[in-house]
Ligand binder design. Structure first.
Ligand code: CA
Ligand code: CA
Ligand code: CA
Length: 254
Protein backbone atom coordinates (compact mmCIF):
# COMPACT_ATOMS: atom_id res chain seq x y z
CA UNK A 1 0.00 0.00 0.00
CA UNK A 2 1.19 3.49 -0.78
CA UNK A 3 0.40 5.92 2.02
CA UNK A 4 -2.10 8.04 0.14
CA UNK A 5 -5.01 6.66 2.09
CA UNK A 6 -7.24 9.22 3.74
CA UNK A 7 -8.32 8.03 7.15
CA UNK A 8 -10.85 9.96 9.13
CA UNK A 9 -11.63 9.28 12.78
CA UNK A 10 -15.31 8.35 13.04
CA UNK A 11 -15.91 11.14 15.54
CA UNK A 12 -15.04 13.70 12.87
CA UNK A 13 -17.41 12.33 10.26
CA UNK A 14 -20.44 14.57 10.87
CA UNK A 15 -18.32 17.72 10.58
CA UNK A 16 -16.67 16.53 7.38
CA UNK A 17 -19.99 15.52 5.88
CA UNK A 18 -21.28 19.03 6.46
CA UNK A 19 -18.14 20.59 5.05
CA UNK A 20 -18.39 18.56 1.85
CA UNK A 21 -22.09 19.19 1.41
CA UNK A 22 -24.05 17.04 -0.99
CA UNK A 23 -23.39 18.75 -4.28
CA UNK A 24 -22.70 15.38 -5.92
CA UNK A 25 -26.06 13.86 -5.05
CA UNK A 26 -28.22 13.50 -8.12
CA UNK A 27 -31.97 13.97 -7.79
CA UNK A 28 -34.01 10.75 -7.49
CA UNK A 29 -35.28 9.46 -10.84
CA UNK A 30 -38.97 8.66 -11.02
CA UNK A 31 -40.01 5.10 -11.77
CA UNK A 32 -36.59 3.57 -11.03
CA UNK A 33 -36.24 0.75 -8.49
CA UNK A 34 -35.01 1.63 -4.99
CA UNK A 35 -31.26 1.89 -4.86
CA UNK A 36 -30.24 1.76 -1.21
CA UNK A 37 -27.87 4.43 0.04
CA UNK A 38 -26.43 6.56 -2.73
CA UNK A 39 -23.30 8.45 -1.67
CA UNK A 40 -21.32 11.13 -3.48
CA UNK A 41 -18.06 10.38 -5.24
CA UNK A 42 -15.32 11.47 -2.82
CA UNK A 43 -12.24 12.31 -4.91
CA UNK A 44 -9.97 12.42 -1.84
CA UNK A 45 -10.84 8.85 -0.87
CA UNK A 46 -8.87 5.96 -2.41
CA UNK A 47 -11.01 4.72 -5.32
CA UNK A 48 -11.38 1.15 -4.04
CA UNK A 49 -12.84 2.46 -0.74
CA UNK A 50 -14.88 5.39 -2.12
CA UNK A 51 -18.48 4.30 -1.54
CA UNK A 52 -21.01 5.43 -4.12
CA UNK A 53 -23.84 3.01 -3.28
CA UNK A 54 -24.66 0.61 -0.46
CA UNK A 55 -27.58 -1.76 -0.29
CA UNK A 56 -28.94 -4.77 1.52
CA UNK A 57 -31.56 -6.75 -0.35
CA UNK A 58 -33.63 -9.93 0.08
CA UNK A 59 -33.18 -12.08 -2.98
CA UNK A 60 -34.09 -15.73 -3.54
CA UNK A 61 -33.74 -16.99 0.03
CA UNK A 62 -30.60 -14.92 0.61
CA UNK A 63 -29.71 -11.57 2.07
CA UNK A 64 -27.47 -9.73 -0.36
CA UNK A 65 -24.98 -7.29 1.18
CA UNK A 66 -23.63 -5.07 -1.57
CA UNK A 67 -21.50 -1.96 -1.96
CA UNK A 68 -20.39 -0.10 -5.05
CA UNK A 69 -17.14 1.86 -4.97
CA UNK A 70 -15.61 4.29 -7.47
CA UNK A 71 -13.41 1.57 -9.01
CA UNK A 72 -11.10 -1.40 -8.30
CA UNK A 73 -13.08 -3.00 -5.47
CA UNK A 74 -10.80 -4.96 -3.14
CA UNK A 75 -7.58 -3.80 -4.81
CA UNK A 76 -5.99 -2.15 -1.79
CA UNK A 77 -4.91 -4.34 1.14
CA UNK A 78 -2.60 -3.49 4.07
CA UNK A 79 1.15 -3.66 3.73
CA UNK A 80 2.37 -6.79 5.58
CA UNK A 81 4.31 -6.08 8.78
CA UNK A 82 5.40 -9.65 9.47
CA UNK A 83 3.71 -9.86 12.87
CA UNK A 84 0.23 -9.88 14.38
CA UNK A 85 0.82 -7.15 16.99
CA UNK A 86 0.25 -3.71 15.46
CA UNK A 87 -0.82 -5.11 12.09
CA UNK A 88 -3.49 -3.49 9.95
CA UNK A 89 -6.88 -4.65 8.67
CA UNK A 90 -8.83 -3.06 5.80
CA UNK A 91 -12.57 -3.55 5.64
CA UNK A 92 -15.88 -3.10 3.84
CA UNK A 93 -18.51 -2.81 6.58
CA UNK A 94 -22.30 -2.92 6.83
CA UNK A 95 -23.20 -1.80 10.38
CA UNK A 96 -26.77 -2.95 11.08
CA UNK A 97 -29.57 -2.60 13.60
CA UNK A 98 -29.75 -6.42 13.89
CA UNK A 99 -29.39 -7.65 17.48
CA UNK A 100 -26.09 -9.41 18.23
CA UNK A 101 -28.10 -12.44 19.38
CA UNK A 102 -29.24 -13.07 15.79
CA UNK A 103 -25.89 -14.61 14.83
CA UNK A 104 -25.10 -16.46 18.07
CA UNK A 105 -23.67 -13.85 20.43
CA UNK A 106 -25.44 -12.74 23.61
CA UNK A 107 -28.22 -10.23 22.95
CA UNK A 108 -27.65 -6.46 23.01
CA UNK A 109 -23.84 -6.52 22.92
CA UNK A 110 -23.35 -3.55 20.58
CA UNK A 111 -23.63 -2.75 16.87
CA UNK A 112 -23.70 -5.96 14.86
CA UNK A 113 -21.84 -5.40 11.60
CA UNK A 114 -21.29 -7.63 8.62
CA UNK A 115 -17.72 -7.10 7.46
CA UNK A 116 -15.33 -8.11 4.72
CA UNK A 117 -11.70 -7.87 5.76
CA UNK A 118 -8.22 -8.44 4.38
CA UNK A 119 -5.14 -8.57 6.63
CA UNK A 120 -1.91 -10.18 5.41
CA UNK A 121 -0.37 -10.66 8.88
CA UNK A 122 -2.81 -13.19 10.34
CA UNK A 123 -5.54 -15.66 9.47
CA UNK A 124 -8.82 -15.68 11.39
CA UNK A 125 -10.75 -18.18 9.27
CA UNK A 126 -9.48 -21.48 10.73
CA UNK A 127 -12.27 -23.40 8.97
CA UNK A 128 -11.71 -21.87 5.52
CA UNK A 129 -8.95 -22.36 2.96
CA UNK A 130 -9.59 -19.28 0.85
CA UNK A 131 -6.55 -19.69 -1.41
CA UNK A 132 -7.09 -23.43 -1.86
CA UNK A 133 -3.56 -24.56 -0.98
CA UNK A 134 -4.60 -27.09 1.68
CA UNK A 135 -3.62 -24.82 4.60
CA UNK A 136 -6.55 -23.14 6.38
CA UNK A 137 -4.30 -20.81 8.36
CA UNK A 138 -2.51 -18.76 5.70
CA UNK A 139 -5.04 -16.71 3.77
CA UNK A 140 -6.03 -13.66 5.81
CA UNK A 141 -4.75 -11.52 2.93
CA UNK A 142 -7.72 -12.61 0.77
CA UNK A 143 -11.06 -10.86 1.34
CA UNK A 144 -13.29 -12.91 3.63
CA UNK A 145 -16.40 -12.39 5.75
CA UNK A 146 -17.07 -11.78 9.45
CA UNK A 147 -19.78 -10.76 11.82
CA UNK A 148 -18.40 -8.43 14.48
CA UNK A 149 -19.89 -6.54 17.39
CA UNK A 150 -18.72 -2.92 17.51
CA UNK A 151 -18.75 -0.79 20.66
CA UNK A 152 -17.46 2.66 21.52
CA UNK A 153 -13.98 2.90 23.03
CA UNK A 154 -12.46 6.34 23.49
CA UNK A 155 -8.94 4.86 23.56
CA UNK A 156 -9.29 3.79 19.89
CA UNK A 157 -8.30 6.44 17.31
CA UNK A 158 -11.59 5.86 15.44
CA UNK A 159 -13.67 5.78 18.65
CA UNK A 160 -14.88 2.20 18.06
CA UNK A 161 -13.54 -1.30 18.58
CA UNK A 162 -14.57 -4.88 18.12
CA UNK A 163 -15.92 -5.77 21.56
CA UNK A 164 -13.35 -7.56 23.73
CA UNK A 165 -14.06 -10.70 25.76
CA UNK A 166 -12.76 -9.91 29.27
CA UNK A 167 -10.56 -12.60 30.82
CA UNK A 168 -12.49 -15.05 32.94
CA UNK A 169 -15.83 -14.42 31.22
CA UNK A 170 -17.64 -16.89 28.98
CA UNK A 171 -19.98 -15.05 26.64
CA UNK A 172 -22.21 -16.84 24.16
CA UNK A 173 -20.35 -17.31 20.87
CA UNK A 174 -21.28 -18.56 17.39
CA UNK A 175 -20.10 -22.05 16.37
CA UNK A 176 -17.71 -20.53 13.83
CA UNK A 177 -16.07 -18.12 16.32
CA UNK A 178 -12.36 -18.24 15.34
CA UNK A 179 -10.94 -18.27 18.89
CA UNK A 180 -9.84 -14.63 19.23
CA UNK A 181 -10.81 -12.89 22.51
CA UNK A 182 -13.26 -10.54 20.76
CA UNK A 183 -16.87 -10.78 19.54
CA UNK A 184 -16.09 -11.92 16.00
CA UNK A 185 -17.47 -14.75 13.88
CA UNK A 186 -15.98 -16.29 10.73
CA UNK A 187 -19.06 -17.72 9.04
CA UNK A 188 -17.37 -18.54 5.73
CA UNK A 189 -19.70 -16.69 3.33
CA UNK A 190 -17.76 -16.16 0.09
CA UNK A 191 -17.51 -12.56 -1.11
CA UNK A 192 -17.13 -11.36 -4.69
CA UNK A 193 -15.13 -8.19 -5.37
CA UNK A 194 -14.74 -7.06 -8.93
CA UNK A 195 -15.00 -3.82 -10.85
CA UNK A 196 -17.06 -1.43 -8.74
CA UNK A 197 -18.89 -4.13 -6.81
CA UNK A 198 -18.38 -5.77 -3.44
CA UNK A 199 -21.05 -8.34 -2.60
CA UNK A 200 -21.87 -11.33 -0.44
CA UNK A 201 -24.99 -13.53 -0.33
CA UNK A 202 -25.94 -14.93 3.05
CA UNK A 203 -28.58 -17.69 3.29
CA UNK A 204 -31.62 -16.45 5.24
CA UNK A 205 -31.38 -19.44 7.57
CA UNK A 206 -27.77 -18.64 8.56
CA UNK A 207 -29.01 -16.06 11.09
CA UNK A 208 -32.21 -14.88 12.70
CA UNK A 209 -32.69 -11.95 10.34
CA UNK A 210 -35.56 -9.63 11.31
CA UNK A 211 -38.15 -8.88 8.62
CA UNK A 212 -36.74 -5.37 8.33
CA UNK A 213 -33.61 -3.72 9.68
CA UNK A 214 -31.41 -0.69 9.14
CA UNK A 215 -27.88 -0.50 7.82
CA UNK A 216 -25.13 1.82 6.69
CA UNK A 217 -22.04 1.40 4.54
CA UNK A 218 -18.53 2.05 5.81
CA UNK A 219 -15.03 1.41 4.52
CA UNK A 220 -12.50 1.46 7.35
CA UNK A 221 -9.08 0.51 8.66
CA UNK A 222 -8.59 -1.32 11.92
CA UNK A 223 -5.45 -2.14 13.84
CA UNK A 224 -4.44 -4.98 16.14
CA UNK A 225 -3.18 -3.64 19.49
CA UNK A 226 0.62 -3.51 19.63
CA UNK A 227 0.47 -5.19 23.07
CA UNK A 228 -2.25 -7.68 22.07
CA UNK A 229 -4.39 -6.45 24.98
CA UNK A 230 -7.89 -4.98 25.31
CA UNK A 231 -8.76 -3.13 23.10
CA UNK A 232 -7.44 -5.86 20.81
CA UNK A 233 -8.92 -4.58 17.53
CA UNK A 234 -9.56 -0.84 17.20
CA UNK A 235 -11.16 0.99 14.33
CA UNK A 236 -8.40 3.48 13.52
CA UNK A 237 -10.27 5.47 10.91
CA UNK A 238 -12.76 5.41 8.10
CA UNK A 239 -12.15 5.86 4.40
CA UNK A 240 -15.82 6.61 3.67
CA UNK A 241 -19.28 6.42 5.26
CA UNK A 242 -22.33 6.01 2.99
CA UNK A 243 -24.69 8.11 5.14
CA UNK A 244 -21.99 10.61 6.08
CA UNK A 245 -22.94 10.36 9.75
CA UNK A 246 -23.32 6.66 10.61
CA UNK A 247 -27.05 7.10 11.15
CA UNK A 248 -27.89 3.70 9.57
CA UNK A 249 -30.60 5.11 7.28
CA UNK A 250 -30.64 2.12 4.89
CA UNK A 251 -33.72 -0.13 4.75
CA UNK A 252 -33.66 -3.68 3.38
CA UNK A 253 -34.85 -3.80 -0.23
CA UNK A 254 -36.67 -6.64 -1.91
CA1 CA B 1 -18.05 8.34 -1.51
CA1 CA C 1 -8.20 -19.31 6.55
CA1 CA D 1 -4.82 -21.59 2.54
Amino acid sequence: MKSHVLLVPLLLIPTLALAHGDQNHSPPKRGKPAKGLVAPVSPKVTASFDLVRTEVRREGGHILFRQEVREEAGKLTPTPTGQLAGSEVFSYVWPTSIDSGAVGFDAAQGILAFVLTAHPDFDDTPLEDENGDGNKGNDGNLWHSHWVVLVKDASCPGGLKVRDIPEGTRPKLPKTWPGLPILIDSPGFKPALRGQVVEVRIPEEAATFPAQFNYDGVTAALKVNANLHDPLLCVTGTFDVASGDLSLPGRVLR
